[in-house]
Write a protein that binds this ligand. Structure first.
Ligand code: ATP
Length: 367
């Protein structure tokens, strides 16, 4: 294993589900939901990636797949060079055992209450996984470590909080306990799936600031998932991380947060930006920059570029061909899956679809 090896490497990952259906005919083909399609993403040490996209775009499925909870139906996913599913099935004598991979990849969910046993105190809930992963740690050291973390996340006095039950904690406090539980495992990466979405708006920034502080204190990588661009932006910008945009199962744009927001290249990223008033875009179109409001069904996504049915700049080429991910900056860090990112493509000679135009709307481009 090389030290330069990414913590996680997703290569051309697909996750397709069979949908219940077919009516009364048991032999009918079941429709396929293409929850994640062709996603490639490397996450390094001490790296932060925030993924944003509308409901149903595949964010949760991608996150679960990244941490080894969902098996991909195509492509591969590896932890420090070890294929996670080969390790899980103990194929080819894994260089990293699956248990080690599971410990290194932790999760905090939107609803931390659901992950806490209502009949256990905070101390007991936090001690259980530590006992499993570090059986040699004496009970006094274990308690001291837990109390230290409780205080570190701002719950003071720690002894008081340690003896509370989940129903005696606020939503923000439960989320802090979930964060401690993840950190106690000394993980390489934490998946935070809509981890602040259920909190009051006033508490969200506080919680995100805490995650950012702990991320840098422990050098833990974060995969942060949110349907809300302002939250995803906050995390990615404040950590100097990357922002990824998902649309109908595909990662359509990925790059440094500033770059993606100030110079969005995918027409869908421009839509998300338009729909996020917190980003301070005062000027620009009053209508969303799309031809169609409705999002297509992921069971039967459009051919070609999946966004072509809504895209204000779609051409015949977008309807029939799938654009490859292109780099749009010289450092090679900003990728976009759109023909418009390339200068010399046949796209520019292709006929615009009904209602579309090749011209950019500069007000949404350069604001
Ligand atoms: N286990 C499953 N079986 C069948 N379909 C699934 C399953 N999990 C997810 N899906 C479908 O896959 C698509 C992507 O779902 P996913 O939850 O990953 O999206 P999301 O972007 O996280 O949305 P949300 O924010 O609403 O959770 C959806 O159409 C969803 O219904």
């Amino acid at each position: 294993m090389s030290v330069d090896q990414p913590v996680l490497s997703l290569s051309d990952v697909d996750v397709h589900f069979e949908k219940d259906g077919g009516g009364l005919n048991p032999f009918a083909d079941r429709p396929t939901i293409r929850a994640v399609d062709g996603v490639s993403l490397d996450i390094g040490s001490n790296d932060v990636v925030a993924i944003v996209g509308e409901s149903g775009s595949g964010k949760t499925t991608l996150g679960k797949t990244a941490v080894g909870l969902q098996q991909p139906t195509g492509g591969s996913i590896s932890y420090r060079g070890q294929d996670i599913w080969a390790a899980k099935k103990w194929r080819s004598n894994p260089s990293i055992p699956y248990e080690e991979i599971r410990r290194s990849l932790q999760i905090i969910h939107q609803d931390p209450g659901a992950a806490l046993n209502p009949n256990r105190t905070v101390m007991s809930s936090l001690a259980a996984p530590l006992k499993r992963w570090q059986p040699d740690l004496g009970s006094e050291d274990r308690e001291a470590r837990i109390l230290h973390f409780i205080e570190r996340v701002g719950m003071s006095p720690p002894h008081d909080y340690a003896h509370r039950y989940p129903h005696q904690l606020s939503g923000g406090e439960k989320q802090r306990v979930a964060l401690i539980r993840a950190l106690l495992m000394n993980p390489d990466l934490i998946l935070a799936d809509e981890a602040v979405s259920a909190l009051d708006v006033s508490l969200r920034v506080e919680m995100m600031d805490l995650m950012l502080e702990l991320q840098s204190e422990f050098d833990t990588s974060f995969l942060f998932i949110s349907h809300d661009l302002s939250n995803a932006r906050y995390i990615a910008e404040h950590s100097g991380g990357r922002l990824g945009v998902m649309y109908l199962g595909e990662l359509v744009e990925l790059g440094p947060a500033d770059e993606v927001l100030q110079n969005p290249q995918h027409p869908y990223t421009k839509v998300l930006k338009w729909a996020t008033p917190e980003l301070g875009v005062d000027e620009g179109p009053t209508e969303p920059p799309v031809r169609e409001i409705d999002i297509p069904d992921p069971v039967n996504p459009p051919a070609g570029c999946r966004f072509h049915t809504r895209c204000p700049n779609a051409t015949e080429q977008c309807r029939t061909d799938t654009p490859p991910a292109a780099n749009v900056d010289t450092s090679g860090n900003h990728h976009v899956t759109c023909y418009r990112a390339t200068d010399d493509d046949a796209y520019w000679n292709s006929t615009p679809l009904d209602g579309a135009t090749l011209a950019s709307d500069e007000t949404t481009h350069d604001d």
